[in-house]
Design a protein around this ligand. Structure first.
Ligand SMILES: Nc1ncnc2c1ncn2[C@@H]1O[C@H](COP(=O)(O)OP(=O)(O)OP(=O)(O)O)[C@@H](O)[C@H]1O
Ligand SMILES: [Mg+2]
Length: 277
């Protein structure tokens, strides 16, 4: 297996393609994409609306079939053909989405959302006391009080609390890879920084790979080791955060950088980067 400074390749893809529709209505949402995500690596996928980011994420999650190409999991062709194999895969690959509501069954209270995580890990009959201990620890990690929230429904939580609950789930599930699809676009700047810091802390603690999907090239620079820039289904730029954002080769990346407010000058990027590590 190839190694770099992050670790082994955890998940990769060759010529991944997804088309929607036929004839004149055909859209190639993801077009011949290759990637390698290493253990413990934070990768950002940046692109404008409609560039294919969520479609790519759904293929990685196994929620959408590729039209062409293949995904490799720990070096072998991924096999999620049976229910058991899919379940195993979903213990390892988890996602959080822009709209927290889409993640929760709104009729499940907070405690059953968290209990589900214990069940998903295959931990049965560990006893009520141990279950509560685990749920409390997860809430503590994200600065939520389990006692205050356990009987609430997701719609009774604030946007920030809901996103933190999602991270508490990730803390319990310990996935190898987390796809975060615009997880901070619906919350205020202060909560956004907290969420990002929690994700970075999780990466440090469990060497999780994070694939961060965003429109925001400044945010991508701040948190990532590696950046992929996507335009109309194609990866037009790929490299370390410094290579892709401070020394971009593609006109598309240059244009994206041109659209970024003045506050994100290269020297701001460098300063943030130092803070982030
Ligand atoms: N189920 C679908 N059926 C038909 N077309 C689809 C479907 N899902 C996505 N598309 C099309 O594929 C393209 C890529 O969509 P996708 O949702 O992946 O973009 P995105 O980069 O996630 O955008 P955003 O930043 O707005 O979330 C778009 O042109 C979209 O209309
Ligand atoms: Mg999307």
């Amino acid at each position: 297996m190839t190694r770099n400074k992050y670790g082994d390749i955890f998940l990769s893809a060759k010529s991944l393609t997804r088309e929607f529709g036929y004839g004149d209505n055909k859209t190639i949402a993801v077009n011949d994409v290759d990637f390698e995500f290493h253990r413990g690596e934070i990768v950002s996928i940046v692109g404008e609306s409609g560039s294919g980011k969520t479609t790519l994420a759904k293929m990685v999650l196994g929620l959408l079939k590729p039209t062409k190409g293949e995904i490799f999991f720990e070096g072998k062709p991924r096999d999620i053909s049976s229910y058991t194999k899919r379940r195993q895969y979903w213990q390892t690959i988890q996602a959080i989405f822009q709209d927290p509501f889409s993640t929760y069954n709104i009729f499940n209270r907070v405690d059953s959302v968290l209990l589900d995580c214990i069940r998903l890990q295959g931990l049965k009959n560990i006893g009520k006391e141990e279950e509560i201990k685990k749920m409390k620890a997860a809430c503590e990690f994200v600065n939520l009080k389990f006692e205050e929230l356990s009987n609430k429904y997701p719609f009774e939580l604030s946007g920030g609390q809901m996103q933190r609950l999602m991270i508490a789930r990730i803390f319990m599930l310990h996935p190898g890879l987390l796809i975060a699809d615009e997880p901070t676009s619906m919350i205020d700047a202060c909560s956004r920084a907290t969420i990002l810091d929690m994700l970075l802390k999780l990466r440090d603690e469990i060497n999780m790979t994070i694939v961060f999907i965003t429109h925001d090239i400044g945010l991508a620079y701040y948190i990532s080791d590696t950046v992929y820039i996507m335009e109309k289904g194609i990866i037009v730029e790929r490299g370390t955060a410094d290579e892709a954002i401070l020394h971009p080769k593609s006109d598309y990346t240059k244009r994206l950088l041109g659209d970024v407010p003045k506050i994100y000058e290269p020297w701001d990027f460098s300063r943030n980067k130092e803070k982030a590590v």
